[in-house]
Structure formats: C-alpha cells, structure tokens
Ligand binder design. Structure first.
Ligand SMILES: Nc1ncnc2c1ncn2[C@@H]1O[C@H](COP(=O)(O)OP(=O)(O)OP(=O)(O)O)[C@@H](O)[C@H]1O
Length: 278
C-alpha cells in the first residue's frame, strides 16, 4: 500500500534572534521546511548551530523573531529533552503519566490504569509497575517514561532533542528502539543530535550551520554521495566524521572492495558483506 504524505509541521522563513546573542547571526536564520506525516527527520549540526532552537520553535516553546510555525490541524508535538529528569514532576510513574493525560481521559480508575499501562508498553516500560517511584528508574527508563508521557498527551510528532546524550549505550539502544517502534506505527519523529551514529535511522537529514539549513537529503546520500567512492561525501565536506560503519566501508573501498550497497548500520554492513561473499 502506498503511503499518503501530508505535512504535519511546517516552518516558514523562521528566524530566531536572541537578545544578547554574540555570534553575529541569528540562532535560526530564515529556515523553511516541511515535515511529512510518518517520516523520521534528523536535525544535525555542530554546537551552537541552532538545533535546540529549532526544536523549541517546532514545539511552540520559543518566541519567533520572524516567520511562522504551522502545525497541521489536531497535530500535537511533544518533546523528549536532553536531561532525563528535567521534565519529570511526578514522584511515581503513575503520577507522572497522570500529569500528562488530557482532561477528557477516562475517569474510571481501572480504565485509566489500563490506558497508562498501554503507554508504558508502547514506550518499552511494560515491566515497570505503575506505582514505581521515579527515583528508582535508570536514566534510560526515565527517558522511556518521558516518551510514555508524550504518548499520554496524545503526541503525533515526537521530538527528541539530544535525548540519548546522557545515557549509556544500552539505554541509548532502548530509547532508539522505542522511537523505531513508534515510527513503524506511524508516529512522526524529529530527532535532533550532533552524533552522526544517531542519524542513520532517519529518512531525511537536515544539517544546520550557523542557523541556516546547509543540507537536506537522505542519510545514504549524506554519508556516501551517489555511490561508495574515494571522494568526499557531503558529510565529510561539512567537516563531520561519518559513522564507523561508513568509515569501514570507505576504507575497504580503498582496498578494491566494490560495494553494490551503501550500508549505514552494522546490520546492513553484515548483509552487504554476506552478499559480496556469495
Ligand atoms: N537564551 C539564549 N540567549 C542568547 N543566545 C542563545 C540562547 N539560547 C541559545 N543561544 C545562542 O543561539 C545559538 C544557537 O543555540 P542552540 O542551543 O539552538 O544551538 P545547538 O545547535 O542546539 O547547540 P548545542 O549542540 O550546543 O546544544 C548559539 O549561538 C547560542 O549561544
């Protein structure tokens, strides 16, 4: 079945210029972009390039100096921030999800608890009892709880702003898996990160440089260009280091390996090697 694309979020000529910003350019400088329903869009860029400002603008949390942010009718954008604790107010998992529920959610306790458990399941916290104190959760579990709260609040677009940066590798995987599961079910993902390894899961990469959109394209094109060659990829030409998988493929290319594919993840690399060995 073909996918019907419709915009959920649109930035039109958005400029954000902070008072007292000493860089000599706005944090966001006339950014225009459209995010389609059900896509996974990664926003990358060096420190200070404007990623968090873009996240806040998209979530309606930043006043704009100029331009417009248009959210499609009925679409709710919710954010998972960098620090796992920063957006948690409840003492327990139950309290935290309860705080996110809309006013028209079920009044009956059993029905409400069933709904809360569904959000926990969907975010990957199915083994955590509802009345668990938040202080007993790991950093990764707190980020999953933040995802559960976004779901409870009815998020159609999940915006992750450097949400893995405080987590250990196994917790990072849990949060990425949760995002992938929700994306597979149709949730739109906006994934903000300066770590190249995290960008490979996206359908589309946007690169910010000094508040401007410097690149808009697919991850394979960003990391390889049109094919695996010795030439600089867009990623490298922006002075960024590609993920280890891409570096490995390009190194092997120097030794004469002729890659029919452009793998981005270790799993894709293993499959490509398997094909080459047949
Ligand atoms: N509240 C503020 N007041 C003044 N300047 C700000 C403010 N917030 C951000 N800036 C400036 O705006 C620019 C963009 O900041 P932003 O945090 O959006 O970038 P970023 O790409 O998310 O950076 P990082 O990766 O370091 O978080 C930077 O020059 C920053 O110093």
């Amino acid at each position: 079945m073909s996918r019907i694309f419709s915009p959920v979020l649109q930035l039109e000529d958005v400029t954000v210029d902070y008072i007292g910003n000493a860089t000599g350019h706005p944090a966001l400088d006339r950014i225009s972009l459209v995010v389609e329903q059900g896509t996974w869009v990664a926003v990358a860029g060096d420190n200070g390039s404007g990623k968090s400002t873009l996240a806040k603008a998209a979530a309606g949390l930043s006043p704009l100096t100029d331009g417009k942010v248009i959210t499609a009718d009925g679409i709710r954008v919710h954010m998972v921030m960098q620090h796992p604790e920063i957006q948690i107010l409840g003492e327990t998992v139950y309290e935290e999800i309860w705080l996110s529920l809309p006013e028209d959610s079920p009044a009956a306790v059993t029905e409400r608890e069933a709904q809360m458990k569904r959000y926990l399941r969907e975010s990957g916290l199915q083994h955590v009892p509802l009345h668990t104190p938040v202080r007993l959760l790991s950093g990764g579990q707190k980020q999953l709880l933040n995802i559960a709260c976004c779901l409870a609040a009815g998020a159609d677009v999940l915006l992750f702003d450097e949400s893995l940066s405080m987590l250990d590798p196994s917790s990072r995987s849990l949060v990425l898996e949760a995002a992938s599961r929700l994306h597979a079910k149709g949730t739109t993902i906006l994934w903000i990160s300066h770590r190249m390894e995290e960008l490979v899961y996206a359908d589309r990469i946007l690169l910010l440089e000094e508040g401007r959109l410097a690149y808009d394209g697919t991850p394979v094109d960003f990391f390889y260009g049109n094919a695996v060659t010795g030439q600089l990829s867009p990623c490298e030409s922006f002075g960024l280091e590609p993920p280890l998988t891409v570096q490995t493929v390009k190194e092997l290319h120097k030794y004469g390996v002729d890659w029919p594919e452009r793998p981005l993840t270790p799993d894709q690399l293993a499959k490509a090697v398997n094909l080459l060995c047949r």
